[in-house]
Structures are given as C-alpha cells and as structure tokens.
Design a protein around this ligand. Structure first.
Ligand SMILES: N[C@@H](CCC(=O)N[C@@H](CS)C(=O)NCC(=O)O)C(=O)O
Length: 326
C-alpha cells in the first residue's frame, strides 16, 4: 500500500531530482514508477528511509513524510554526499529526443538485458562511478543514437563530449581512467593470457549461447561446444589453482565473461542443456563466489527476468526491453 503511494508521488520525486540538478530531463522521460527512476544508490537511500515513511494529506494533496520532515528533505543531503544520478529505466525509441547532457556527468547508453552493456555496468559498479543510464529501444533506435555509435549498438559511454563504444574497449577504458582497484593485470603476459580467455568466451561461449536460444535448445552441436567451453574454463581455473580467473580476487577477465555465466542457468529449461555444473566443480564454486561480489550483485538480474526477456524478445514482442518495469 505504501509502495503504491510512493509510486503515485514519483512525478513529484522526479521533479525534485531535476531541481537538485541530479537529473536533467523533461517530464516525458520520467518513468511511471519511482523504482524505475532509481539507481542502486538511490535504492539504498529509499531503503534506509522506508520504514519511517508516512503518507499525509497536506493542502488536499498526498505527500510523503517521515517523522523528521518531508521525504525530499532527506534526499538533497544524500545526493550531495553521493552525487547520485537518476536513470531512465524505460527505453527511449525512435522520435524520443536526446535527454539533455550535463557537463561532468558520465552517461551510459545501455539496455537492461544486454550482456555487453552488463560488462560496462560491472566495471562502473566495481569502480564506484556515479553515472546516468539512458536505455535504448534496440528495435526502434532513436535517430540521435547513431551519432553516439554508428554501429547502433549498446553499450556507449559518454562524458563531456567523449564517446567510447564496444564493451571491451569501454571496460578497459574505464579501468584506465578510474585507477583505483585496477582490474586489468599489469603484467603484459598475464594480460595476454586473460585476453585469450575473453576471446575464447567471445568465439565459443557467446555465439553458442545465442544459437541455443534461437533453436530453443535443439542445436546439439551448439550445446556440445558450449559444454567444451565450460570445460576449458574449468581447466583454466584448475591450472591457475585460484578461486577467480584473476587470482584471489576477481579481475578484468572475471567481469568480462560473467554476463553470459549469469545467464547460463536460464538454458536449463532445454533438455539437452545440463546446467547443474556437476562436471565443473571449480567453475561452480567460482560462479557462487562471483554472485557475492558487490559489483555483480549491484548489476544482477534474476533468472526469471533474464528468461522473461528472452521469451519476449524471441517471441517478437514489440518492446521486450522494458520487461519488469511498470
Ligand atoms: N561488439 C559489441 C556488441 C554489442 C551488441 O551486440 N549489443 C547489442 C545488444 S546486446 C546491440 O546493441 N544490438 C543492436 C543491434 O544490433 O542493432 C560490444 O562488445 O559492445
């Protein structure tokens, strides 16, 4: 009930975000639900405040308050402390104008279920970078999107007129711009070893993941090749004798192959695909450890959502990209 009230006041909330300069946008960009406007850090803010929220009637209008004042009084100090940006969770499509760009603000053009964009989000989360997200309707792209990336693909990173696209380039660029908690190994030989795994993932795991989806799990060759890829990952972890590909903590390679590992279990609905990981104990352990990494948690979607997206996307839904949003 309270959540319902919160949703009703989302426009007011969004207006406040605009006033505080944290989100420059016009009301047409504002998603209907408060939750769809929230970055993970805004979620933190809301969660901390939630138990103290009350809905009161003031001057005939419902307002959200807490025991120590209007909900929005709490937001400004939070935003000052965290510099958090709101995000447009719902996709922008053909005809949607480009949301105004603010100086000094990092923006990611993305799509909530894109594993390549997932790579960029993982690095941004790992580095604790505040950024705005503009989600793109990949079936009906806004005209201006091709000015950001002539290939018309997400992810695209933009800050102060500097544009970078292609997930691996974006991820490595972010790692070199934000030096804290480095991800790419310093040692060129180690980097080369890791890059070979990332490339192997790209040539063996990724295309077969899509082949399996496109054939509703019936392409046995694709399933076999994917299992071989899992065996290869298992062997690398065994050879390295470490918990993560990067050693005792996740490195660039771990984050770059993770998006498809997160999605792997949704293939379990196809009889030919064994997602139990019983043959790959080290990789299974790695998956469990990865799920506990804060950046992975922050960017994770549930199996249910990944599956819903795939079902709607492959079912020809006009807009599968907003799955799960009101
Ligand atoms: N090589 C690109 C691939 C990115 C990519 O394929 N993104 C998909 C979404 S998951 C996309 O934008 N597709 C739009 C299209 O192909 O029209 C990268 O690594 O960033």
């Amino acid at each position: 009930m309270l959540d319902q009230k919160v949703k009703q006041t989302s426009r007011e909330f969004a207006k406040l975000l605009i006033c505080t300069g944290s989100f420059v946008a016009e009301s047409r960009y504002i998603a209907h639900s408060l939750f769809t406007l929230m970055t993970p850090r805004l979620h933190q803010w809301y969660s901390a405040l939630r138990s103290r929220l009350k809905v009161v009637l003031k001057s005939g209008a419902e307002q959200l308050t807490t025991d120590s004042g209007n909900i929005f009084q709490h937001l400004e100090p939070f935003l000052k402390a965290h510099g958090t940006m709101a995000l447009s969770a719902k996709v922008l499509s053909t005809g949607s104008p480009l949301p105004p760009i603010e100086k000094g603000v990092t923006r990611l053009y993305s799509m909530r279920f894109c594993p390549f964009a997932h790579r960029a989000r993982l690095v941004l989360a790992h580095k604790n970078v505040e950024y705005q997200t503009v989600n793109i309707h990949l079936g009906k792209k806004p005209e201006w999107f091709f000015e950001k990336n002539p290939n018309g693909e997400v992810p695209v990173l933009e800050k102060d007129g500097r544009i970078v696209y292609d997930s691996l380039v974006v991820a490595e660029y972010l790692d070199s711009v934000y030096k804290k908690d480095p991800l790419v190994p310093e040692d060129p030989y180690c980097k080369a070893q890791d890059d070979m795994i990332i490339n192997y993932n790209g040539s063996k795991f990724v295309p077969n993941y899509y082949k399996i989806i496109n054939t509703k799990g019936e392409d046995k060759d694709a399933v076999d090749t994917m299992m071989k890829a899992l065996q290869k990952f298992e062997d690398v972890l065994t050879e390295r004798g470490s918990k993560f590909f990067g050693g005792d903590r996740p490195a660039f390679v771990d984050l770059m192959i993770w998006p498809w590992q997160e999605r792997f279990s949704i293939l379990g609905k196809y009889p030919l695909v064994d997602t139990s990981m019983s043959k790959f104990p080290r990789l299974k352990e790695w998956q469990a450890l990865m799920k506990e990494i804060p950046a992975v948690k922050e960017c994770a979607q549930t199996d249910e959502m990944h599956d819903k997206f795939v079902v709607q996307w492959k079912g020809g839904d006009e807009n599968p990209f907003d799955v799960g949003l009101n």
